[in-house]
Design a protein around this ligand. Structure first.
Ligand SMILES: Cc1ncc(COP(=O)(O)O)c(C=O)c1O
Length: 439
């Protein structure tokens, strides 16, 4: 009932299928790979689908309908364990917009479980976040910190601020590094100590700790461990240099997952002990929450839960190159790419019985040569109507694609739990007028 052919027949393509059992397995594997005391923020940008958000929060008490008043007793839950009374561990949420805030609150997260990050937080969105209960913010510059503080003072609350650090050096191999270079993200680690006095004196804020996110998709466990060790040592050095007793240190992520190719999530069998040893060395009180330690993950938690179903619309040969034109392009699966970045997509044919043909370029339906999902992909002789599946497509899917470009409908998003169908939904684009509606 929930096989690709049946789902494509019932709900059409392009469509994503997300299996909540696999989300739960990834969540449990990640928690098992980390020391018990370490909290995990799920990066909602990886997949903000409501049922996925809920699955990752499973185990924590349901808290809110999303509405909060200010001047209340909200404070970030930085000293709480990530275990609930039943012993289940659950993710908190890392967000970067009020849209993501809305999504996580609707999915049952409490504002106090949320970390708000991003280099361009406006006073409007900061006010909305604080009004809805968010108290923990990653700050990327002095201007950002002051904006958080002004908003907090105006609303009569105090914001717990984590100083995001752009470390001068890194340790791990990865294709996606976010520090060590000039960047809109974070304070440069080498000049940060000189700002200590200014950082401490911003009304409306407390300097709660540090935030690192140096890389995504670390090459292997050794790289991930090396980067975490480096981050923890840097955090300890900055604690000493800044003279601030941190309550919270978010050491970032880099947990890897295959993306649109065959493969499995890595196992991190040595990470728990390596982190424990490094934290014991540099932060002796961490087991008692002084400071509380957190990690972040997006792709590892959701990538392997998702499969993209797409149908071949047309096949053509042009000057010796075969094109399979699909109903899914970079409007459906852009992988944060915009134009021109080709994913290493692998596909599995489901209905084609053709013999092997030449490899085909996988083109989408958009009127731009940039709409290519893959080059020279091995494919049995494709024909219009053939169903293809792209594996490991649960992260950075619809919301990381050019969803509105050329006005095609968003793909269906089908949620299953094993063999059971849970929901089918589709993001709608609507235009709302505030002024001057056309007659
Ligand atoms: C601050 C932050 N946290 C978490 C993530 C999630 O990264 P990944 O999906 O590689 O785990 C990102 C990705 O860009 C990020 O910028």
């Amino acid at each position: 009932m929930t096989g690709p052919t049946e789902l494509a027949r019932r709900f059409g393509t392009p469509a994503y299928v997300y299996d909540l059992d696999r989300v739960a397995a990834a969540r449990d594997d990640l928690f098992a790979a980390l020391p018990d005391e370490v909290a995990v923020f799920y990066a909602a940008k990886a997949n903000p689908h409501p049922e996925i958000l809920r699955e990752l929060r499973t185990g924590t008490p349901r808290g809110t309908d999303g509405s909060h008043s200010t001047r209340d007793t909200h404070s970030s839950r930085d000293t709480q364990s990530s275990r609930d009374t039943h012993g289940t561990r659950a993710c908190r949420a890392e967000i970067s917009s009020v849209g993501e805030l809305d999504a996580v609150l609707r999915a049952g997260y409490d504002g106090g479980e949320v970390l708000y990050t991003g280099p361009g937080k406006t006073t409007g969105e900061l006010a909305e976040a604080m009004t809805r209960g968010v108290r923990m913010f990653s700050v990327e510059s002095l201007g950002d910190l002051r904006r958080v503080g002004e908003t907090a003072v105006r609303l009569g609350v105090t914001a717990d601020c984590l100083i995001r650090v752009n470390n001068a050096t890194g340790a791990a191999a990865t294709s996606i590094r976010m520090t060590g270079v000039p960047s809109q993200f974070g304070f440069d680690s080498e000049t940060l100590p000189g700002l200590a006095a200014e950082l401490r004196e911003v009304p409306g804020t407390t300097l709660a700790g540090l935030h690192f996110f140096p890389l995504s998709n670390a090459k292997d466990e050794a790289s991930l461990v090396a980067e975490f060790r480096h981050t923890i040592a840097t955090a300890a050095a900055l604690r000493d240099a800044l003279g601030v007793p941190f309550r919270f240190v978010d050491i970032g992520g880099g947990f890897a997952a295959p993306y649109a190719v065959q493969g499995h999530r890595p196992a991190y069998g040595g990470l728990r002990d390596a982190l424990t040893a490094s934290l014991d060395e540099h932060f002796p009180g961490w087991r008692d929450g002084a400071p509380r330690i957190a990690c972040e993950s997006g792709r590892y938690l959701v990538a392997d839960s998702g499969t993209l179903l797409t149908t071949v619309v047309n096949v053509k040969d042009s000057r010796g190159t075969r094109y399979a034109v699909l109903d899914a392009g970079i409007n459906t699966f852009g992988g944060m790419s915009g134009l021109g970045r080709i994913l290493p997509v692998s596909v599995e044919p489901h209905e084609s019985v053709g013999t092997d043909g030449p490899p085909a370029h996988l083109a989408g339906p958009l009127c731009t040569p940039g709409d290519l999902l893959g080059r020279a992909v091995p494919l049995p002789d494709p024909a219009p109507g053939d169903l293809l599946t792209v594996p490991n497509a649960g992260s950075y899917g619809p919301t990381a694609s050019l969803l509105m470009f050329l006005g095609r409908p968003a793909p269906a998003e089908i949620v299953v739990r094993g063999d059971d169908l849970v929901s089918v939904s589709r993001i709608q684009h609507i235009r709302t007028y505030e002024h001057g509606q056309a007659l």
